[in-house]
Each structure stands twice: as structure tokens, then as C-alpha cells.
Design a protein around this ligand. Structure first.
Ligand SMILES: C[S@@+](CC[C@H](N)C(=O)[O-])C[C@H]1O[C@@H](n2cnc3c(N)ncnc32)[C@H](O)[C@@H]1O
Length: 401
């Protein structure tokens, strides 16, 4: 039997659909899995960014109902079950939308007897209703694969106003008792002003993941998050000395995790982990969802800023702010071939409106007319527009500037 530990020498950040990527991992090699799946199917995942138009279109498309969602999730959880060690633990994070259905599905996969807890994570965030009790908790289902599993129970300190039961007093005179923890957790949610916030809309608090990872794994164990988003579980696993694997379908999420690991923990690709599956060929770039394609070009390849609001075809997809190295410039991204004169003309208008003298259009290819048009605009208007193909972007070792 191969030494499973050897296979996990290197932490992995994988960009791809988890149902395909998990199948490539060694069977029974993971100690702890935490997942926080989006409540929609693969095609609708872009809604995670909370753009209003996208949320609306998601709702319109969400016609299949809960069964479609469960049908989508089930093969994924089954694949996770396969890679979990016989002594492993599994946590699934969800909320009132689908929790009842998910629990039944998990009973089927793990066996009712392996259900351990339904953890209630209670928080207070903005947005309340007068129609009913405001929905301010999530559900986290905890299952194990057998009755042999890691559970490091640490007592928690509870403070009381008055002496009660068998309390003690700390140096400040406060009454307390150290008690066994329960399954209702009050932990502040990540909000706009939180220090740990990285700007990913569904980011979960590190304190929540810390509790789970500390209890259900030991140092050097392998922790996996197969819907890893902005990498909260990964960042906490790293800090707690666990090995880890993260999978997310969004290259944008993978980039955010890389930045988070580097900025907060000084952890870098090549030394502490490897990245697998980011688009490196024209064919892979073609397959990206439009929104991901745009982010990949603007943020990853051009090292520019993505426009905050998507303002339709006439607008700019990205921009360079004025800095020591760059002039202000606008960026337009087209996931198409033979981009022509009319796109250049629209871009010229958008640049003028934004007050930029420079700009870049990125596409798979351009027509002769497009090149003629940028020459004309340069002569007549003094605007400097460059046309960049995806092939050029991929061949450049350095970012375009
Ligand atoms: C709710 S978020 C997870 C947030 C995460 N817990 C955190 O703290 O950042 C769900 C993530 O699942 C990813 N996702 C959706 N479908 C996927 C799939 N088929 N395979 C892998 N990841 C997927 C989305 O891109 C999104 O980042």
C-alpha cells in the first residue's frame, strides 16, 4: 500500500470543477473535509459576486427547484466520501434554503449512525424583516465515516454575572466556568469592516473554521475544502499546521486565495503549495465563463483593476489607475475572434467619456479594419489604443506593462 502521507507532501490549490478534480485525488487520503457549496448549480455560480443583474437572472434560471440542486450536489459529496479516510470527518455548511434536503442526502451517503451534529452558527448581520423572525443562522452538518474519528474537545470559558453552579473567579473578579462546548456557536460574521475581510461575498469567519479544524484534525493531517471560495479553511489550516487541498471552479477565487496566503501569511506558490488547473492555453481560456474570462485577463494577465460595475458593452472592463509605472488607461475584453472596427469605435467613445488617453482591447483576434481604425484614431484624436491577442498575453512571461 502506498504511503498516503507521501502523496500529500505538497499542499494543492486546484482550479476546476470539484467533481472531476476530486476523482484525481488518492482514495481515503483526507482527514477532514469542510464544504460550503453555493446554493445553485455550476452554471449559476457567478451569482456569488452578488451583482444584482446576475442575482435576478439566477432566480429566473432557478426553475428546476431543490431536486436539481440536490442532484448536482450528490455526486460531488459521494466523490468526497471516497477520498475521506475511514477515520475522517465531514462538515457541510448550508442554510434554510436546502438544509432539510441536504441532511437526508447526507444520511444516505454517510449512514444515519454517522451523523454527529447539526451545528447552528448564529450571527447578526444587516437586513432584518418584520414579517417573521429574521433568519440569522446557518446550519453545519457534521458526519464521520465511522465511529473512530479525531475529536479534540477543548473546554470553553463562560462568564456569569453572578456566582452560579460551581464557578470560579478570574483576576478581574469575573465569575466563570470552563464547560464542554455545545452545538450552537455565536461567532460574528465577516462584514465590511472586519479585519479579515478580503472582499469575497460569501467569506466565512476564520474563528468558525478554527473551531472545526482544531476539533476534527491534528497537526499535519490533510484538510480539504472542495468549494474553497476565498480560502478561509485553507488559510486557517495553514496557520494551524495542517496540510491542505483547496478546489474552486473560479480562477478569480484561486487568485484571491493566493493573494490572501501571501499577504497575511507569507505563504507562496512553489514553496508552500502548488497551483493546478489555471488556464494556460487558448483552448482553456475559451472555455472560461464570460465573467471569469474577463477577470482572468484584467486581473491575472494585465495586472490591472477590474471595473466595479459592469456597465454593458459600451463600458470599460478594467483600468489602470495613474501610478508611478503606468498612465491611466482603460481596458476592454472580448471573448471572441475577429474583433472589428465597431468595437474599436465604441471603445474610443468609452475612453473619451472616462477621460483616458490610453487603452487596451484584448481578444482572440482582430480584423484588419480594427488595426486601421486604431491608426486613424491615433492620428486624428491622439488616443493611444493597443490591440492585444490572447496568444500574446499567454506568451508574455511578464504582465503586459
Ligand atoms: C459559498 S462559496 C464558498 C466560500 C468559502 N467558504 C469562503 O469562506 O470563502 C462557494 C464556492 O464554490 C465555488 N464552486 C461552485 N461550483 C463549483 C464546482 N462545481 N467546483 C468547485 N467549486 C465550485 C464557487 O466558485 C464559490 O467560490
Amino acid at each position: 500500500m502506498p504511503n498516503q502521507n507521501k502523496l500529500w507532501k505538497v499542499n494543492k490549490l486546484i482550479c476546476g470543477d470539484n467533481v472531476e478534480e476530486i476523482a484525481k485525488l488518492p482514495k481515503e487520503s483526507v482527514d477532514l473535509i469542510y464544504i460550503d457549496p453555493p446554493f445553485f448549480t455550476h452554471k449559476q455560480y457567478e451569482v456569488v459576486w452578488g451583482d444584482e443583474a446576475e442575482i435576478r437572472s439566477y432566480k429566473d434560471r432557478w426553475e428546476g427547484g431543490i431536486e436539481v440542486f440536490i442532484d448536482w450536489l450528490k455526486p460531488r459529496v459521494k466523490a468526497m466520501y471516497e477520498v475521506l479516510k475511514p477515520t475522517g470527518s465531514f462538515y457541510l455548511h448550508c442554510d434554510w434554503h436546502a438544509n432539510a434536503h441536504i441532511r437526508i442526502m447526507l444520511d444516505e451517503i454517510f449512514g444515519k449512525e454517522n451523523f454527529q451534529n447539526e451545528i447552528i452558527w448564529a450571527y447578526r448581520t444587516g437586513g432584518a424583516t418584520k414579517k417573521r423572525w429574521s433568519r440569522k443562522h446557518d446550519n453545519i452538518y457534521f458526519y464521520t465515516k465511522s465511529d473512530k474519528y479525531t475529536f479534540n474537545l477543548a473546554k470553553e470559558r463562560i462568564y456569569y454575572d453572578k456566582p452560579f453552579f460551581s464557578p470560579q473567579q478570574d483576576e478581574q473578579g469575573r465569575w466563570y466556568a470552563d464547560v464542554l462546548p455545545v452545538d450552537v456557536w455565536e461567532i460574528p460574521a465577516v462584514i465590511n469592516v472586519s479585519k479579515e475581510r478580503v472582499g469575497y461575498p460569501t467569506q466565512k469567519p476564520e474563528a468558525l473554521l478554527e473551531k472545526i479544524i482544531k476539533a476534527s484534525s491534528n497537526k499535519n493531517d490533510v484538510v480539504a475544502d472542495f468549494f474553497c471560495g476565498c480560502g478561509t479553511a485553507i488559510a486557517v489550516a495553514q496557520q494551524l499546521g495542517r496540510r491542505w487541498v483547496g478546489i474552486d471552479i473560479s480562477p478569480t477565487a484561486i487568485k484571491i486565495i493566493q493573494k490572501r496566503l501571501k499577504q497575511f501569511l507569507g505563504v507562496v506558490e512553489g514553496v508552500n503549495y502548488e497551483v493546478i488547473g489555471m488556464p494556460t492555453t487558448i483552448a482553456e481560456a475559451r472555455k472560461l465563463e464570460p465573467f471569469e474570462f474577463q477577470n482572468w485577463v484584467v486581473i491575472d494577465k494585465m495586472r490591472a483593476n477590474a471595473s466595479r460595475k459592469k456597465v454593458g458593452d459600451m463600458g470599460l472592463d478594467g483600468y489602470y489607475p495613474r501610478s508611478v509605472l503606468t498612465d491611466e488607461a482603460g481596458i476592454q475584453v472580448k471573448q471572441s475572434e475577429r474583433v472589428g472596427r465597431n468595437v474599436v469605435d465604441n471603445f474610443e467613445t468609452a475612453l473619451k467619456r472616462a477621460g483616458y488617453k490610453k487603452g487596451y482591447i484584448v481578444a482572440f483576434s482582430f480584423t484588419k479594419g480594427a488595426y486601421e481604425e486604431i491608426a486613424r484614431i491615433k492620428n486624428k484624436e491622439g488616443l493611444d489604443i493597443k490591440l492585444i491577442t490572447i496568444e500574446e498575453l499567454l506568451n508574455k512571461k511578464k504582465p503586459i506593462l
